[in-house]
Design a protein around this ligand. Structure first.
Ligand SMILES: [Zn+2]
Length: 212
């Protein structure tokens, strides 16, 4: 049994990071890919139990796009700041991007939405994770801010306790591969029913570890 963790980038010109974990949280591979086709092909070959992607994989209910000038917003749907799962994260004190009209990461969100559709069509189990939330839930709220210089060193200290066989790869880790590892690990916890699912199934859910 394996679980894939993906840190998706907005365009193929920046490689997306991929982590493959075995059942006992052993590192099977730490890799990168550029095109969605590559991930789809890998999933076809390896048939993972679960694919955990750390990117919004759905749009807010009632929206067909995130363009600020488009009026596709369902007039009957209440205007929300973000998706229900993101509002729940905010209530838990976990900072996150709200997926909404005009989002600066809308290119990445569109890629995530399409990738999830493709993988689900091929009958894969796909969950949305959020590596920052995983960190806070597992390590407490004293984790260094997301993109700070300290964050990478902090993760290099803590990830080897979660992922067996990571030590030889520590020097090569960057923030993207760390995020892929956190996503894969969250996927593994989800397989063991050690997670909370935030949001609602119609709009899209975000999976976070139960507090350690
Ligand atoms: Zn629209």
């Amino acid at each position: 049994m394996i679980v894939l963790g993906v840190d998706l980038r907005s365009s193929p010109s920046h490689p997306s990071a991929l982590a493959v974990l075995g059942e006992a949280s052993t590192l099977e591979a730490l890799d990168a890919f550029s095109y969605d086709d590559e991930l789809v092909e890998l999933a076809r070959t390896r048939q993972p139990a679960l694919i955990a992607i750390g990117t919004p994989l759905t749009l807010p209910q009632g929206l067909q796009c995130l363009e600020s000038r488009c009026q596709c917003c369902d007039a009957k749907a209440p205007r929300k700041r973000g998706r229900e799962a993101e509002l729940e994260l905010a209530r838990m004190g976990i900072s996150c991007f709200f997926t909404s009209k005009g989002s600066i990461i809308r290119g990445l969100v569109y890629r995530g939405v399409e990738l999830k559709k493709r993988l689900v069509k091929e009958r894969h189990q796909v969950i949305e994770t959020y590596p920052h939330a995983t960190k806070v839930m597992l390590f407490g709220d004293k984790v260094p801010p997301k993109n700070s210089a300290r964050s990478l060193a902090y993760l290099k200290e803590r990830l080897p306790a979660l992922v067996h066989g990571l030590e030889p790869r520590l020097a090569t880790l960057d923030k993207n591969s760390c995020a892929a590892l956190l996503n894969a690990y969250t996927g593994l916890l989800h397989c063991r029913e050690l997670t909370h699912v935030l949001g609602n199934p119609l709009e899209g859910e975000v999976v976070v570890p139960r507090q350690a």
